[in-house]
Design a protein around this ligand. Structure first.
Ligand code: COA
Length: 376
């Protein structure tokens, strides 16, 4: 057996095989099932991307229409789960509410404990379909508003915005959300996907694995960064203050949210599209100032530290000008990543091996047990 080595944070450790998405961190390339993310961002839709992630190929027109229908049919959330959402205090973080709701869904889904491949895939797809319904219900519940029923005529992205606001979105907003969902759908062995795979590898249930993923996504070093980015932009407060703020943050050894990446050593290819969308949507809404501030911060961070923006940096200003509440940014990420998480769990189960690494023990050895009465 090879000698064990320890790598902080498992950085540069290949922890398993996957055929779902690939990253070349040196060259800034991301591909889903071999298709470059730039092509998907420009030409695909979320529904088509989910099909691709699940089936390892693009659908025919007929298959895509049927797949859209399947997703549309599965959007409903059982009333008792909506009641659980309503029973949470209004100040509950929406990621906490989402994690709780997804866990509760298992109790009301007759397929939750299924072990056959066909039912498990249907269950996975149902979670993809239900995620926007849950996030919209969470948002409306804390505002004291009743949930908006899904609109069967609308696609995944448009229906999500409709359920959030009660108004059908403009085509530009629909497309911006659709592209954002495509861009966030999968990202290899990121922390939340790995958490889902660890849970799934014990043969725990799908909802449990996704609950673990949601808990992991919430942290500001992972999906929670988009929320943290917006709070940073607000804290900076204006273009003219950016330079001083960034320099002070570096001097104080503060991490600037939305920059740096565990794998990319160049620009995150997703940031390229989110930068463009943030500018376009900001201009259309006559609210370019958040994009301008973001661009200024990027310039300074690149110049001072050579760090590149990641997926979370420009998604923050994009979602903000789209009117999405700041603490809902990470749940929006989750709505998309549900596709990747579930695809990874299905892949894990297709060739399962319990994920169980070892630790390097750095504690004391040979310590004697001291009886309670003899301890000073
Ligand atoms: N702001 C300031 N400095 C940063 C930074 C950031 N956002 N990201 C990395 N660095 C610095 C580190 O402090 C470290 O400096 P050092 O060598 O002087 O200690 C160096 O760059 C290497 O970074 P490191 O933290 O080792 O990289 P990592 O692979 O462990 O971390 C992240 C990756 C994502 C955790 C890290 O870049 C980060 O915390 N970013 C902000 C949170 C974020 O946007 N997360 C979303 C990721 S998609």
């Amino acid at each position: 057996m090879a000698e064990a080595t320890t790598t902080a944070g498992l950085r540069n450790v290949v922890a398993g095989q996957s055929g779902i998405s690939s990253i070349d961190g040196q060259r800034g390339i991301l591909a889903y099932r071999g298709i470059d993310i730039h092509e998907l961002a420009e030409r695909s839709t979320f529904e088509e991307t989910v099909f691709l992630l699940y089936e390892d190929r693009l659908p025919t027109a007929e298959e895509l229409a049927a797949f859209r229908q399947d997703l549309t049919r599965e959007r409903g959330v059982p009333e008792p789960v909506l009641q659980i959402v309503r029973s949470l205090p209004a100040a509950t973080h929406p990621m906490t509410a989402l994690r709780t709701a997804v866990s509760a869904l298992a109790a009301y889904d007759p397929d939750a404990e299924a072990t056959d491949t066909v039912t498990r895939k249907r269950l996975a797809l149902r979670l993809v379909a239900q995620a926007p319904t849950l996030v919209a219900a969470i948002e409306r519940s804390r505002r004291g508003q009743p949930p908006v029923a899904p609109d069967e005529a609308l696609g995944h992205a448009a229906n999500f915005l409709f359920m959030l606001t009660g108004t059908r979105p403009e085509p530009a907003a629909e497309r911006a959300m659709d592209v954002a969902l495509v861009l966030h759908a999968d990202h290899e062995f990121n922390a939340s996907t790995f958490a889902a795979r660890v849970a799934a590898s014990t043969l725990a249930d799908l909802h449990g694995a996704i609950t673990a993923a949601l808990a992991t996504l919430k942290g500001p070093l992972h999906g929670g960064a988009n929320e943290a980015v917006m709070r940073t932009l607000q804290e900076i407060g204006g273009l003219e203050k950016a330079e001083e703020w960034v320099k002070r943050a570096f001097a104080d050894k503060r991490k600037i949210m939305g920059f740096g990446h565990a794998v990319y050593r160049t620009e995150d290819p997703r940031a390229t599209h989110l930068r463009r969308l943030s500018r376009q949507v900001g201009e259309a809404a006559s609210q370019r100032s958040w994009f301008d501030l973001s661009e200024r911060v990027e310039e300074i961070v690149r110049r001072e530290k050579g760090l590149f923006p990641n997926v979370d940096f420009y998604s923050a200003s994009l979602y903000f000008v789209m009117g999405i509440p700041i603490d809902l940014f990470t749940p929006v990420f989750a709505v998309s990543r549900m596709a990747g998480w579930t695809a990874h769990v299905l892949e894990q189960w297709s060739n399962n091996k319990l994920i169980r690494p070892e630790s390097e023990y750095v504690g004391r050895s040979g310590v004697r047990y001291v009886p309670l009465e003899a301890r000073g």
